[in-house]
Design a binder for this molecule. Structure first.
Ligand code: SF4
Length: 292
């Protein structure tokens, strides 16, 4: 197998077959992110992808779900993605789901017909790093689109029948803004209806524009208690039914997991228990998260 650069995948994809189709991230400009700073974006050629599939088939008897690596693999053209899907089905005919990271711009670059065809090829679960539903924050962190555009694109995805899983970043709005961020983000999720919600916490990684802004006092990080209050407000504000909420990223102070709305109160109680145990005084500072 040929993997180039660091491979990132959502923890929920732990049992999926990983297949690298791009190196790095085509956007690579979010102010908090250094995941792909060590590699130059490029597309893996189809011959290499087929070689990897042949090798995987020799090793594995069965693979029903594939996760295409790397940062925004949905950037590939619809034709290239259809070709990859054909190859996966050739070597793993039992595969029923192909998943990957996708940005809003990646969806924007595809026609409604492309999206329908990709869904029919088995591309039916996309991970979108939403981070926040507050337009001010989305512009500040340089995601490369507006919240209005994100809603339009996620609605097109939904019409095509492709599920999306939302990745969120608690604390991303900074000091004193967590509750407002939670309100905007809950409204965004309620409108765009993700299949699953994943919440991590902002880390200030050395060398990123956001870490530099924090050093200069331009970006003020939220305290731990603010982040936990934000998480509670977020959970409380989500009105979706039967949606798993995973607040179990290693960057989170207390792990919470459950199904919304059934486990809403138990998840909020768990955060409150953590706050009581650790104490508000300890949580009134910002913890350092500078590596994954
Ligand atoms: S789109 Fe994702 S991988 Fe790319 S820079 Fe932004 S956060 Fe990093």
């Amino acid at each position: 197998m040929n993997f180039e650069g660091t491979t990132y995948r959502p923890p929920v994809e732990a049992n999926s077959m990983l297949l690298q189709v791009t190196v790095g991230c085509a956007h690579n400009q979010c102010t908090y992110c250094n995941m792909y700073d060590d590699v130059k974006f490029r597309v893996i050629n189809t011959d290499q992808i087929e070689k990897d599939l042949i090798e995987l088939r020799r090793i594995y008897k069965k693979a029903e779900r594939f996760f295409l690596v790397n940062g925004d693999a949905f950037v590939l053209s619809a034709n290239k993605l259809k070709k990859i899907s054909e190859l996966i089905k050739r070597y793993f005919p039992e595969c029923n789901t192909i998943s990957m990271y996708a940005s809003i711009q990646n969806i924007q670059s595809k026609s409604d017909n492309d999206l329908r065809e990709l869904k029919n090829c088995g591309i039916n679960d996309l991970w979108v790093g939403v981070e926040s539903g507050w337009n001010t924050v989305i512009l500040d962190i340089n995601k490369g689109y507006t919240v209005k555009e994100a809603k339009t694109e996620l609605s097109r995805l939904s019409i095509a029948g492709i599920n999306y899983m939302a990745g969120l970043m608690l604390g991303v709005a900074g000091k004193d803004k967590g509750i407002e961020n939670a309100k905007h983000t809950a409204d965004f999720l309620n409108e765009t209806k993700p299949k699953l919600i994943w919440a991590g916490t902002l880390g200030l990684f050395e060398g990123t524009p956001m870490a530099e802004d924090a050093k200069k006092g331009i970006f003020l990080p939220a305290t731990e208690i603010e982040i936990l209050e934000e998480e509670k407000a977020l959970i409380n504000g989500i009105t979706l039914t039967n949606v798993p909420f995973y607040g179990i990223h290693p960057t989170n102070t207390f792990p919470v997991i459950g199904n919304l709305p059934a486990d809403k109160q138990s998840m909020i109680d768990k955060i409150n228990d953590g706050i009581n145990e650790m104490g508000r005084a300890t949580l009134s500072q910002s913890f350092q998260r500078n590596s994954l």
